[in-house]
Design a protein around this ligand. Structure first.
Ligand code: DAV
Length: 381
């Protein structure tokens, strides 16, 4: 975006009482994040309050652990049990304080009542979901915030929780885009595979190519190269939309990830520094040749007990790290083998208890969205 276009665009529909202060485009952009490891300066951390259980729908069958299907069938559309959200919120508070202690500015979305039904001409939902996982929804590329076109009907209006923050950043010079709002109607989903079971590798995806769909968390940023997976919430049309939107300064690569029910790449492929990537040992067995010079770190398996209710995810949330820089990473305090592993490889792990939050489907990477990291757009390959 040129300076001229901002100057023309900004004052247009401002209330008269508000001064038309224009962003200083010479300063470091308020939104500036090109990769997963530059020094973190500002971040959005999600909220657990008012989270609802998503209504049962083929997208849940395609992505959620089968041992929890009954939980979704029985509680869909209802608020999450208070003991889950309260425990998660407590952990989020500690995490926020720890981020601040490390010098990071923390912003939170609005507390929204997600228990409101809605309908469009194509889709209806008993309730929204939550604002716990900004990473799922918001993709920051450079100085731009992109709202993802999410496949779950319960997430169609999730951006409402973040709009005050996004407007705040827009007023300070950020670019703001919402990808085409999906219909989520009868052409969007494949209902045929409910019996056989959804499995991307067997051609049984729950989403069609009717319209662009992606979750932001299916993308991982390494400067000019952005890596993604095709998943049960991200289709080729969505990836193509993003590539064309970002233009020739970026190369979007589809990784081969062995996960028939894939949803989000950030417990499978986790770049930690230039030339260093952590991978899920079973899911990522082959990286493109461009990684030949990279150190590929294979972590220990998670130790969380089988009985722990991670309703939305596998037990590999232990890989869902958030980097403060090329050394310091937030890691689950109860995953001692992972902490030892990171130390052995020269990282400085910051352990935080986060397993209760994990019941909502993510850990430190999912719970956050980078707003500003200190660094520039570079090529690491
Ligand atoms: O391993 O179930 C979790 C990613 C959460 N956003 C998994 C993927």
């Amino acid at each position: 975006m040129t300076q001229a276009s901002v100057k023309q665009a900004s004052p247009v529909d401002r209330p008269r009482s508000q001064p038309a202060t224009l962003p200083n485009l010479d300063a470091v952009p308020v939104v500036n994040s090109h990769n997963e490891w530059d020094l973190l300066e500002e971040v959005i951390v999600g909220r657990a309050e008012n989270a609802c259980v998503p209504e049962w729908h083929p997208v849940l069958q395609a992505t959620m652990p089968s041992r929890h299907w009954d939980f979704f069938r029985q509680n869909g559309g209802q608020p999450f049990p208070a003991e889950v959200t309260t425990a998660a919120e407590r952990e989020l508070e500690v995490f926020c304080r720890e981020l601040e202690a490390q010098g990071v500015t923390v912003r939170r979305p609005e507390p929204i009542d997600w228990k409101q039904a809605y309908a469009t001409p194509d889709v209806a939902s008993e309730a929204g979901l939550y604002a716990a996982m900004p990473r799922d929804l918001l993709l920051v590329v450079g100085n731009e915030i992109i709202e993802a076109p999410m496949a779950w009907p319960s997430r169609l209006f999730e951006s409402r929780a973040y709009r005050p923050l996004i407007k705040h950043y827009f007023e300070r010079g950020a670019r703001w885009t919402a990808a085409p709002k999906p219909e989520l109607g009868k052409h969007t989903f494949n209902h045929d595979h409910a019996e056989a079971g959804y499995d991307i590798h067997a051609g049984r995806s729950v989403i069609t190519e009717h319209e662009p769909l992606f979750d932001a968390a299916d993308f991982s940023r390494c400067g000019r190269d952005i890596f993604c997976q095709i998943s049960q919430v991200t289709n080729r049309f969505g990836i193509e939309w993003l590539q064309r939107h970002l233009g020739e300064n970026y190369r979007v690569h589809i990784l081969e990830v062995n996960d028939p029910n894939a949803m989000h790449i950030d417990a499978s492929f986790i770049p930690l520094a230039p030339g260093r990537v952590l991978i899920h040992p079973d899911r990522v067995t082959k990286l493109p040749d461009m990684f030949a010079d990279w150190e590929v770190l294979t972590p220990p398996a998670p130790t969380v007990p089988d009985s722990h209710p991670f309703y939305f995810s596998s037990h590999w949330l232990s890989l869902n790290l958030l980097s403060l820089d090329e050394k310091r990473v937030f890691v689950e305090a109860e995953e001692q083998p992972m902490i030892d592993f990171l130390r052995r490889h020269g990282f400085e792990p910051i352990p935080v208890h986060f397993r209760n939050f994990g019941s909502l489907g993510g850990a430190f990477h999912c719970a956050t969205c980078d707003i500003r990291r200190h660094g520039n757009l570079e090529s690491y390959f």
